[in-house]
Design a binder for this molecule. Sequence first.
Ligand SMILES: Cc1cc2nc3c(=O)[nH]c(=O)nc-3n(C[C@H](O)[C@H](O)[C@H](O)COP(=O)(O)O)c2cc1C
Length: 506
Amino acid sequence: MYLFRGLVAWAVMMAGESGLAMIRTLLLAPAVGDFRARQIGFFVGAALIFGVACLLIRWIGAKARGRLLAVGLMWAALTLLFEIGVGRLALGLTGEQLRERLREDYDPSGGGLMGVGLVVLALSPWAARRLRRPTRSGVGLTRSPTAGSVAGGRAATVAADPRAVSETDYPGAGSASEKLGFLLNYAVLAPSSHNTQPWLFRPAGDWVEVLADRTRSLPIADPDGRALVISCGAALGNLRVALRRFGHCGEERDFPDDRQPDLLARVGLGDRHPTTAGDVALFDALPRRRTNRRAFDPRPVPDELLRALVAAAADDGVWVQVVSGEDRRAAVAELVAEGDVAQASDQSFRRELAAWMRPNWSRRRDGMPGYAHGLGAVSSLLGPVVIRTFDWGRGRAAADRRLSLGSPALAVLGTDGDGPEDWLAAGRALATVLLRARAGGVDASFLNQPIEVPGLRARLRALLGTPGHPQLLVRMGYGPAVRATPRRPVSEVTLPGGGRGAGRSG
Ligand SMILES: Cc1cc2nc3c(=O)[nH]c(=O)nc-3n(C[C@H](O)[C@H](O)[C@H](O)COP(=O)(O)O)c2cc1C
């Protein structure tokens, strides 16, 4: 059925293209010349094809990549046949005349861009489908159907986009469950590897449970789920900041049930907490924090702020080592570059990374839009194809070496142990470190390659001279403003509630 509908869509396109060809020949070519007219005609024609593809792709009904490509290849083949058929039958061209005509159409030096046009045709069903894919990116787990499963009521109704939530909507007179549900809007603003947002929340009486969503793991870049748990820890760190802002100490039980290893923590409101100016500053930084991958000013990060970051992480049992001395910084930059080369040479790593990259205009609420990596609209569409296909390690290595050396501060967050409890603590500390930095006007981004590539992690450890385990490598400084990345709404990451009093079993 989808091939038949694809055929109908192609007929619509050809009708449009024939009209355009007439306009081009009769009106445009006399005015601007044949060469110019062919080039303008190509872009208008490509836009028409893509527009029709976008309009009809849902109706056509092809979803799997193979089917989308099949429709595209059918369009390209039919177009070629159409061109030959029109030449031979409708215009009565001889074989030689037809060859000449095809040469004109397919020779780019003469303005003939039809070859590119066929590629556009072949890829447009796939591109149109990506553009028009429904925004929900559910992963097969049962999600609560409405934005009110945890909080219910007023607070949750404003939370279709967590970034649109205002603190004035806090349900101060509401139940513990409503308050926690509201505060989850801040938890989900946490950073996560590849913006996978690998967390799930489950209401449990006056508590909320935080679970790892293993369906969002990165088996190649993160085979042990270390970064996944760190990301969930960062969500817990954000939640703690939000709790304190609204006058709650927060009460947490990590890994409360041995039978459920993916149940990472249970969180309750805890005792009353007198909110301080520092709490408010961290909270205000929540929606303003972003991973900033641009080059930073050479202006140094104040020592006082770096000391505050070290102290904040220590409260969670996590150490921060600021890499000092030009030699050691250069050695770390070299490890980052080696990590880039190693990762990019692995096709499965590239494929996994590309799968989480999104065009700038994507309506999906997870993954990394091209703009987060400094890509413009067109490059963001081609980016995943390039990332998947080519070994870009050397280029990335050179860029990251420059970024590492040019960053005013390089810091490693680490833990004494290297198990899930340590990863969770590292994530919690990471959230505080990034928010404290942001509150001080300082941006940060990650250079985790030497930690992700097993052989390099030991070398980084030796370089730092620490018996502990490096978990994250961040660079800090003052960068230009960058756009925020999307987040899935709380409703989409909330499971149906567990039993009352679940917090007591830990
Ligand atoms: C555990 C962890 C590892 C990460 N690793 C990298 C990394 O190696 N390179 C990078 O550019 N960003 C890395 N990030 C940043 C994420 O890509 C980023 O948080 C995500 O895309 C969401 O964007 P945001 O931080 O601007 O909200 C990491 C984040 C976390 C929490």
